[in-house]
Design a protein around this ligand. Sequence first.
Ligand SMILES: NC(=O)c1ccc[n+]([C@@H]2O[C@H](COP(=O)([O-])OP(=O)(O)OC[C@H]3O[C@@H](n4cnc5c(N)ncnc54)[C@H](O)[C@@H]3O)[C@@H](O)[C@H]2O)c1
Length: 288
Amino acid sequence: MEINSETVAVVTGGANGIGLALGEALIGRGARVALADINGERAKSVAAALGERAGGYACDVTDPASLATLADAVVGDFGGVDLLFVNAGIALGGTVIDIAPEEVQWLYDVNVIGAVSTVRAFYPALEARSAEKGAARIVFTGSENSVGLPALGPASVYTSTKHAILGIADALRRDLQETKVTVAIFCPGLTATRLWDARALRHDRYGGPVKMPEEEGAAMDAHLKAAGQDPALTARICLDGVAQDEFMIITDPVIRTFAERRHGEVGEALDRLDTRLADYGIASADGN
Ligand SMILES: NC(=O)c1ccc[n+]([C@@H]2O[C@H](COP(=O)([O-])OP(=O)(O)OC[C@H]3O[C@@H](n4cnc5c(N)ncnc54)[C@H](O)[C@@H]3O)[C@@H](O)[C@H]2O)c1
């Protein structure tokens, strides 16, 4: 899908990090961009800095009414939507065993249910645009955690939300195959953002806001700056993949090792199944 001065894009989680880098890269390619974020003030200020082709909006993806208001506002201001980046997300460490139940809920409400609600809110606009111009596209931000298990600390629940995004994107691609609305999933590796500071804006119902001590935050920033990809490069690779109509867009070569490990495991399990079924005297059949 060509990205040019006729393109209108919406980016949730657009006030910071990867979402903001996507906004900057989209503007760089001539598009008009709506940056939506729970931090509405920052979304507005970064949009103002990007110039008149950008707009900033407050929006909470855990609230379908807020998404409906956003969709109406964007269609009113920009006349339609060609590209929807379902990008807002939070990351928290912790295993299934030790993470607080309200944080499990928060992760799912933002990363999974928020993504579904975002698509539902914008689908009518995307469908209308695809009827008018022949194409519209939904781009989910997954993660390296969508395609395997990176060598990071424990983050079982976060990982599961990003596996869910892969399932949603892949199934939605199939569900929409008779339409002109297409789907992509973009899987960044470790990227130099402030994703680790998600609790600073945590809703009261999930435990309220907590600011990370400054020293700890500075150490996280330094680590991510050294180890993470520059979000500008992440966004550039993403937009090139979108422009080439790719379904899966991976931005970091380190993902190969653990993604191939996962696929290797599936292949080996299927090989063992063939052997088992042969032992049982049952013919193996490929259902698809
Ligand atoms: N940074 C990484 O290493 C990395 C790696 C893989 C995937 N990702 C994914 O990239 C996406 C963007 O993350 P980032 O790294 O740019 O982090 P970030 O914290 O810089 O940006 C996320 C943005 O989402 C916003 N947000 C949070 N909750 C929201 C809500 N309820 N409604 C609306 N906006 C909300 C935040 O205010 C923030 O501006 C996330 O989906 C994340 O899971 C990040």
